[in-house]
Design a protein around this ligand. Structure first.
Ligand code: WQD
Length: 351
């Protein structure tokens, strides 16, 4: 079976992608140092697929430990690289930690790709690379703007590093630019597990609804948009996951146009923060406690994707709409509350 290494496999998008890979006939191993995750989602993968996935608890910043995984698995056909810090606000407060973690990890991985001749590499990138776009929707050829945060800068640098490495190399890479991944697997056995207070909108909504957060703050009500709040392209995490399987298969089938193809992974629809809140209130039949507050530094006004390249080239079909995203996110929040003690014990064991 074709063996795929998923880094960050115990995380949100990583765990959903492992489920999709297993369901599509791939064999999977994971590298995750559990610095921002636990085995809880790995157990969820087993409950969904019936398969146990081996996770190497390795810090990718440690080259020798990383290389040892490749020595033990000489038959890795492809790598999907999720493992990175991804909190925009935290990256502004601790830029060096972000550059060290996100870039050293990628460079160590690419040294192993070269030595062990791994043919295919999928990189988790972000719509953040577009900054505040001049025209909407953004295509893969839209201008790359100055990063709004060190987190965004690490994604831009990661793309540049990969472009140079694969330009004359034997491996190929695909860059997947996610818009806003939200929601949970339909089984409600895996989902997003933010450590501490969530920075992102949808977990902040569900934690407010369940009472973990007193009141949600809408960051900004005076933007030049239809209702004054920011516009984003929310995309279900299971749709994002399947796109990774399709991208890998696309490379294995030799269909890539360059050594470093790029695809936008967004639904193609832009929704304001208030529209997202209203969708949540409708599917949860609850009234959300929120207030309109000041803008958050670094936020772009509006961004949503032209996803035609992924649809036409990868055969990607976006299955879930905004209400599905909010519904699965809400069911997952309730599931996390049920398993709160189990999750806390696992996090305690790690610290
Ligand atoms: C969405 C909107 C906020 C919280 C970032 C990264 C991106 C990706 C997803 C990793 C904005 C508003 C939020 C809250 C709010 N990261 N908001 N109240 O910033 O678009 O994207 O996370 O994959 O790369 O850039 O996502 O969910 O933080 O914010 O009003 O409590 O919700 O101002 O307009 P963002 P987000």
């Amino acid at each position: 079976m074709r063996k795929i290494l998923v880094t960050g496999g115990c995380g949100y998008i990583g765990s959903h992608t492992i489920v999709d890979l297993l369901e599509n006939g791939f064999d999977v191993i994971s590298i995750d140092d559990n610095s921002r995750s636990t085995k809880y989602l790995l157990d969820g993968i087993t409950k969904i697929t019936g398969k146990k996935v081996k996770n190497y608890n390795v810090d990718l910043k440690d080259y020798n430990d990383t290389r040892a995984v490749f020595q033990e698995n000489e038959d890795i056909e492809g790598i999907i690289h999720f493992a990175a810090y991804k909190a925009v606000g935290e990256s502004v407060e601790q830029p060096l930690m972000y550059f060290e973690n996100n870039l050293f990890s990628l460079i160590n991985l690419m040294k192993c790709v070269e030595e062990f001749e791994v043919p295919h590499f999928v990189f988790s990138s972000s719509c953040t690379v577009y900054g505040n776009p001049d025209t909407l929707p953004v295509t893969e050829n839209s201008a790359i703007k100055n990063a709004e945060s060190p987190y965004g800068a690490t994604k831009q640098m990661g793309e540049d590093i990969l472009n140079w490495i694969v330009k004359n190399g034997n491996s190929k890479a695909i860059l997947l630019r996610y818009f806003n991944p939200v929601g949970a697997h339909p089984s409600i056995l895996i989902g997003e597990l933010p450590l501490g207070k969530p920075a992102n909108l949808v977990p902040a909504i569900t934690q407010t609804a369940i009472g973990k957060i007193e009141q949600l703050t809408v960051f900004g009500k005076d933007y030049p948009t239809r209702d004054g709040t920011c516009i984003r392209d929310y995309i279900h995490v299971s749709d994002i996951a399947h796109a990774h399987t399709l991208a890998l298969q696309y490379m294995i089938d030799g269909k890539t146009k360059t050594n470093c193809d790029i695809f936008n992974l967004g639904s193609g629809n832009g929704f304001t923060v208030l529209e997202a809140i209203y969708a949540f209130e409708e599917v949860s039949a609850t009234k959300l406690n929120y207030h309109l507050g000041p803008r958050r530094p670094g936020d772009v006004i509006a961004i949503y994707a032209n996803n035609e390249l992924a649809v036409n080239e990868l055969g990607w079909i976006v299955k879930y709409d905004l209400k599905d995203m909010m519904h699965t996110a809400w069911l997952w929040e309730q599931k996390v509350k049920e398993d709160e003690q189990i999750i806390k014990n696992q996090q305690f064991q790690l610290n």
